[in-house]
Ligand binder design. Structure first.
Ligand SMILES: [Zn+2]
Length: 240
């Protein structure tokens, strides 16, 4: 294998590692997005409960006011009933009073149900607050992990960049153009591959004996006729 190809193989090793590092950071960023959407959900759930609590509380106050009104009415009529003798008016008032008492019972039942729900909501709000706090902690843990990850990545990438710049100087402009073109076309893919059992390791195509012999000689730079990747014979390849 000629020196230029060797440099290209080394360059690719660095580029592939750098690509994998970037992919790792992307993955971390996505998991952070997951954590922060869980945080948003927890916040929304808490808001719903707080809103329900306020609504029920206001409703209970209305019920209490209505109950008090009906109670006033009932007291007034009870008093008038006492003043009246047995008469048609007495019977009518008695019916009215019964109606008021039924309404009061209905309101009382509704008040009881509302109070019960209010009692339930309080621990639900506490639990929702705890979940929100947990979600918030997950976000900050992941955020600091991500920050650290990005810092580590930047240090490693700087080393890769220095290494790859040095290697790129050893490779012709034309080869670099082809190399970069193939690598951008195939996401995270490779542009220079070894021959394995006389096949291109990139696309598994058989290589013709003529081309294989040229690769073995190593004097020229050869490419796979099928996938256009640069091909080389690994140093430790068994003799053909
Ligand atoms: Zn190929």
């Amino acid at each position: 294998m000629n020196e230029e190809l060797k440099s290209l193989v080394e360059l690719q090793k660095l580029d592939v590692q750098a690509y994998e590092l970037r992919a790792q950071v992307e993955k971390q960023k996505k998991s952070l997005t997951g954590a922060s959407s869980r945080q948003k959900e927890a916040q929304a759930a808490l808001d719903d409960l707080v809103r329900e609590h306020a609504g029920k509380q206001a409703f209970l106050h209305q019920l209490e006011a209505r109950h008090a009104e009906e109670q006033d009415k009932a007291r007034k009529w009870e008093k008038r009933l006492n003043d009246l003798k047995k008469s048609a008016e007495f019977a009518a008032l008695q019916r009215e009073l019964d109606g008021v008492r039924i309404t009061m019972e209905e309101i009382s039942a509704e008040m009881k149900a509302t109070r019960e729900r209010l009692e339930e909501i309080v621990p639900e709000i506490e639990a929702a607050r705890a979940r929100l706090e947990e979600a918030g902690q997950a976000v900050s843990t992941e955020q600091s992990g991500l920050d650290q990850g990005v810092r580590d990545l930047e240090i490693k990438l700087a080393a890769f960049t220095a290494g790859s710049e040095a290697l790129r100087k050893k490779v012709s402009q034309e080869m670099l153009r082809n190399y970069d073109f193939i690598r951008t076309r195939i996401k995270g893919g490779v542009a220079i591959v070894p021959l394995v059992n006389k096949r291109c390791a990139g696309c598994s195509m058989n290589i013709s004996p003529l081309l294989y012999n040229r690769v073995v000689k190593g004097a020229t730079t050869e490419r796979c006729p099928s996938c256009q990747r640069f091909i080389y014979l690994p140093e430790d390849a068994p003799p053909a």
